[in-house]
Write a protein that binds this ligand. Structure first.
Ligand SMILES: [Fe+2]
Length: 235
């Protein structure tokens, strides 16, 4: 199946998370459709590559697309944002800092800060987590965190230089301080383990969450041979 419900929650009012696996050539991305069961409104995270799969996911869940959440402006995360926003007449949300840093623009683009808002019965809580890019945003929806290329199950996104690596260290420390152990983690790419792992389990799999200081973290994150690692998929 291309669209799988993977949140596993028992609460009938909790947001439902559907994974849409998409690919183009060597690039493999996780898109997520999050549906509010009360209103059937939905949001989509980082749509790319295969628009038919996204249309099919919306149809099969009988949900209405109310907006598109972008974690950052890399091409494999924004690819379908504009055509989908035009087709469904909905906003595209991205952090103001990421818009300013990247120059990304679209008619439907809405710049956001960390102020939460509601889509139906779903509270969307943005968490600014720079490092992979200057304005990376994670999104907490119910008990689910969508992390883009900030936090993977077994790693974290690449960083372009020491200052970016220092920012990434602080962002990961922020997530460690804020996340509940039972929060489910949904990255933009997965490698060995599937998305939706509990944060407590991610802590056990991910060495990037255990460096003692930003200098040790940066030395490892910036080691040679890592620049293309985000494009690989070892599933
Ligand atoms: Fe990226």
């Amino acid at each position: 199946m291309d669209t799988d419900r993977i949140d596993g929650g028992d609460d009938v009012l909790a947001p439902r998370v559907f994974l849409i696996k998409v690919a183009r050539q060597v690039m493999k991305n996780n898109n997520y459709l999050i549906v509010d069961p009360a209103s059937q409104q939905a949001v989509l995270v980082d749509p790319a590559w295969q628009i038919d799969k996204i249309h099919a996911a919306l149809a099969s869940t009988r949900s209405t697309l109310s907006g598109i959440l972008l974690t950052h402006a890399h091409f494999d995360h924004i690819d379908l944002a504009q055509p989908l926003a035009e087709f469904y007449n909905c906003p595209i949300w991205m952090s103001r800092r990421e818009i300013e840093a990247s120059g990304f623009h679209a008619r439907q683009l809405v710049a956001i800060d960390e102020t939460p808002w509601w889509v139906g019965g779903m509270r969307i809580e943005p968490i600014l987590t720079p490092g992979h890019t200057p304005g990376c945003m994670c999104y907490l929806i119910g008990n689910n965190l969508f992390t883009g290329d900030v936090l993977f199950i077994e790693g974290c996104g690449i960083c372009n230089g020491p200052d970016a690596a220092f920012e990434m260290f602080e962002s990961l420390e922020l997530l460690k301080a804020r996340l509940h152990p039972d929060t489910h983690v949904f990255p933009g790419h997965t490698y060995l383990r599937p998305p939706g792992q509990r944060f407590a389990d991610v802590l056990g799999h991910n060495m990037y969450l255990h460096f003692p200081d930003r200098h040790a973290f940066a030395a490892f994150r910036l080691r040679k041979g890592q620049s293309e690692s985000r494009l690989l998929d070892f599933r």
